[in-house]
Design a protein around this ligand. Sequence first.
Ligand code: LUZ
Ligand code: MOS
Length: 750
Amino acid sequence: MNNPDVNKHVRGESIFIDDISLPAETLHCAVLDSAFAHAGLVSINTNRAEKMNGVIAVLTSKDIPGENQIGGIIQDETLLAVDEVKYIGEPLAIVLADSITNARKAAAYIDVEYKKLPVITDAREACKNGSLIQQPTIFESGDIDKAWGECDFVYEGRVETGGQEHLYLETQCAVAYPKEEDKLLVLSSTQHPTAVQRAISRVLGIPMSNIEVDVLRLGGAFGGKEDQATHWAVLSALGAHITRKPVKLVLPRYQDIRVTGKRHPYSSDYKIGLKKNGKIIAFEVIYYQNAGACADLSPAVLERTLFHVTNSYFIPNVRATGISCKTNLVPNTAFRGFGGPQAMFVVESALHDAAEKSGISYQTIQKSNLIKDGELFHYGQTCENSNALKCWEEAERLYDFIQIKKNVDEFNQKNKLVKKGFSIMPVCFGISFTSSFLNQASALVHIYTDGSIGVSTAAVEMGQGVNTKIKTIVAEKFSVSSDRIKIESTNTTRIANSSATAASSGADLNGNAVLLSCSNILERLKKSAAEELVTEDKSEIEFADEFVFVNGKKTELTWTKLVQKSYMKRINLSSHSFYATPEIYFDRTINKGRPFAYHVYGTALIVVELDCILGRYKLDTVKIVHDFGKSLHPKVDIGQVEGGLLQGIGWMTMEEIIYSQEGRLLSNSLSTYKVPDIYFTPQNIEVNFLEESINKFGPFNSKAIGEPPLMYGIGVYFAIRNAMKAYKKNLVMDYSAPLTPEKVLMNLFM
Ligand code: LUZ
Ligand code: MOS
């Protein structure tokens, strides 16, 4: 089965929020956001704006009937600023008008008087000033202070990684419809409908049960709509609640880029200790996370960083400190990988540097420290079913590392001005929300009397193919054609108290819930079929290709007939069920536990080619062995690997977020913020499935796919760096990403 959305997307028939036809009375919403990164709000005067053509209302914090608070983890974020602004892009007021043009025009006539205050954009500076989101968190294992004495080599260094813009195709948007009394229906482009519902309830002071949030699909998200879709949905709900008219809010691209959070930039200090044979003994690291002006998801992102300190390696002595620093940037947020990539870049930098300085090869250090069954992750979880070495060795066998390295060396000997670089990137990523309580999901399955099937879950389709996977699960479980199955919109009235579709867990959690519902209905249908076919034992009944089989023999009884007969016998053809990931727990007082249901592993081999005169590079080859478990849908999964890889490569190479000292985003459009395009895509991408990987936590033994492949992109940094070194033997350069062509050039010639 192909992803059924693909045809609709290509023909432009898929419906996104901006495509929905609206009642004529609909109001259009423009948002006025702060012009300064830190300032007192002396006054907001809406008089001139209110008199503008087509304007129905201008709303500020004074118009909020409930609490002016949308903070999730920490209650530190207002919906509309009150007496201070803390970043450029912070919403101050909304204009509701008869057209979006009139609304935007009027927003420019809201008179705001600011009193400028000092701006901090740097995480380390914020830390020095005591400007933190929360107290530092420390993850520790072994005895680090003693361990340094056992090391033959000890090195220290500093590592920087930049932010990243999500650049979902569909910008943030919502439509809110007033219903009877104070009730609302809200269509939101969110990964987290329940978060939207909860925040609206709080801001408007009405019960959650009065708010229905519905999500058909998103035009991409990548984490950017896990928490940050909420702001815009609540603003549209506020407008609808007050005016009792439908309100539509769609951020224009230039505003979306300015006012929404991005991947967190990190600045880190590390110290690493190794034995002569390359064994890593100790690793100490401090991460300074640039959280921006409010917490948003930063504490959770930082926690995932602290879980991925050692990437795929076993390190017996670890001390990792995470400091979430409050600055005057837009609150940074979830982005595919969720703090994991930042951690992995630091440890790979440490290993790469240690290799250069000690003379042990980088690959030797990597391979000889891959984590094995029975070894402990530094957070106390025992490694089980490790596929770290299996992926590495399978890649080594399939792709012949030694030959490829030889080819690269030969190329570099023959060519003076063009050099190739080679690297291997292993990945180990923990699957489960790190807040254990979020690992829950429910499903609602109906079979209609014509045999068609409706499926509701909390999974949000954002282009990643989760609906295709759920369809596959249902078709397989009932042994019916996938044409019979409709995956419904994600809706808080049908599925309550949901977690975000995030943490790569959408298909795992919701797929498992769906399996439970299907099993419940199947049990009833089997009993019903046994009655119809006068068989004593319902265990002899099976379903295959829309027919009932008894003792392996096909009967005349079809799926549809059985459903109809069961309905006449008053058998329940619907099931709601609930799934919670078993075996996971985490004790935050000691930072130990079993936070992850399992880990996803993989190994990528990367070859790049560098033009040493221009600083430009291109990607020759990326070859991957990835641990998919038993893939639910190989086409969807390969698509996720390729997309994740490219996004990771973009983060490491050309995607550069730049702020001015005043906290103004300078890379604020696609003319100044570059992302990989089809020409930059590796000439040769090969993805192989690790065989014999099974996983009892995934539906039909599958594994989660969304985030882990992004981190293969990290290897590209080291491949480029190695190519630079082939040109300039005495290269000395900070470990700082992105490694833009400009940075390459400066480091080759300065
Ligand atoms: N969201 C979250 C996530 O709340 N917790 C997580 O652990 C997570 N991991 C990845 C992406 N989103
Ligand atoms: Mo995400 S970074 O799984 O929303």
